[in-house]
Ligand binder design. Structure first.
Ligand SMILES: [Zn+2]
Ligand SMILES: [Zn+2]
Ligand SMILES: [Zn+2]
Ligand SMILES: [Zn+2]
Length: 227
């Protein structure tokens, strides 16, 4: 999809809105985030290695997540999270690997502290037919208490990238798969133009969810985080 500006997202702690790169630089300096960590560290419980992950769709870089993940959690927890927030359509197979597409597969029950290290990159494939490919980069780590009882904490995600309707300049919120697959057109439609759109060979146009899997296989949202 043609896009002009980089997508932005909000820091969960202070509410400032930035690009994914801006947030990478922001988090270590965000006083509210640092305060939240201090508060968590005062609580009872075990210390863990906690990783800061920057996750993005390999091809559509405007879809990204900043996450904290507890070291004792397993790759399966990250797989479940990615399925819920972005990927799940019909229960396809998925895998993590290291060292590129043809790299070594890492079993889902591996605790992440056995594979993660600053600078490590993992590839996640969901669906070996109509594949979604996601890149996980470990961009930081800290020793301390997690911010949540869940294995993952969502620090920021992109807002739905703005794309224009192919009939006018209004924001599109629908996608016609027949346009994309049969007519080599972007298929993006605003609320007004979706009403009179003539195509239905691929079903009605689908809503643009905040997920890189929109328009692939049977994906129909909702692109919400599981927790
Ligand atoms: Zn902040
Ligand atoms: Zn599917
Ligand atoms: Zn329009
Ligand atoms: Zn169409």
């Amino acid at each position: 999809m043609p896009r002009t500006k980089q997508s932005r997202g909000e820091c969960k702690f202070c509410g400032r809105e930035m690009t994914k790169g801006g947030l990478t630089r922001h988090f270590p300096k965000c006083t509210k985030y640092q305060k939240t960590i201090e508060e968590a560290n005062k609580k009872a419980g075990k210390k863990h290695k906690i990783y800061h992950l920057l996750i993005s769709d390999t091809w559509q870089k405007d879809f990204w997540l900043h996450l904290e993940m507890t070291g004792s959690a397993e790759l399966e927890d990250l797989d479940n999270y990615l399925r819920a927030i972005w990927l799940e359509c019909c229960g396809h197979l998925s895998q993590f690997s290291i060292g590129g597409w043809r790299g070594d597969e890492i079993p889902m029950d591996t605790p992440v502290n056995r594979v993660f290290d600053k600078g490590i990159e993992l590839i996640h494939i969901y669906d070996f037919g109509t594949s979604s490919e996601t890149l996980t980069k470990v961009i930081g780590e800290r020793q301390g208490k997690p911010l949540t009882k869940q294995p993952i904490f969502l620090m920021a995600r992109n807002q739905l990238p703005e794309v224009a309707c192919m009939e006018c300049d209004q924001n599109a919120s629908w996608l016609c798969m027949e346009c994309v697959s049969e007519h080599d057109k972007p298929g993006l439609l605003c609320d007004r133009h979706v009403k009179k759109h003539p195509h239905d060979d691929y079903g009605e146009p689908v809503p643009l969810y905040n997920s890189p899997r929109v328009g692939m296989c049977g994906y129909d949202g909702p692109a919400e985080p599981p927790y």
